[in-house]
Design a protein around this ligand. Sequence first.
Ligand SMILES: [Zn+2]
Length: 119
Amino acid sequence: MTYRDEMKVCDNCGKKFVFRVEDQRRQAQMGFDVTAPDLCDDCRREQPAQPGLHPGIVKWYSNEKSFGFIIQSDGSEIFFHRSGVTGDPEKTLHDGSAVWYELQETDRGPQAYNVHERE
Ligand SMILES: [Zn+2]
């Protein structure tokens, strides 16, 4: 399949933004349908955390640091801490693991919690 940068218009602010080829590829690699986001990067950052479980892929997790990052379905990354992992992250989380997670707002910005393996 060939991917091409797509011009989109943000549903919220009406600004044009690009749904990049890299983002489209990443979605496909992660097993998601390739769908353009409704909102531009800026508006997505300002969106309140959506309730419920979200699918993602572990970018990396460090036992030493006790934190890691998840790649979200829109290609952006989200921080998670060991305390936000359900179960033992050393056993269940590897780079590239498919996971579910919930989002919460913290003083330091959005974080993933209730991180657990997607079967
Ligand atoms: Zn916008």
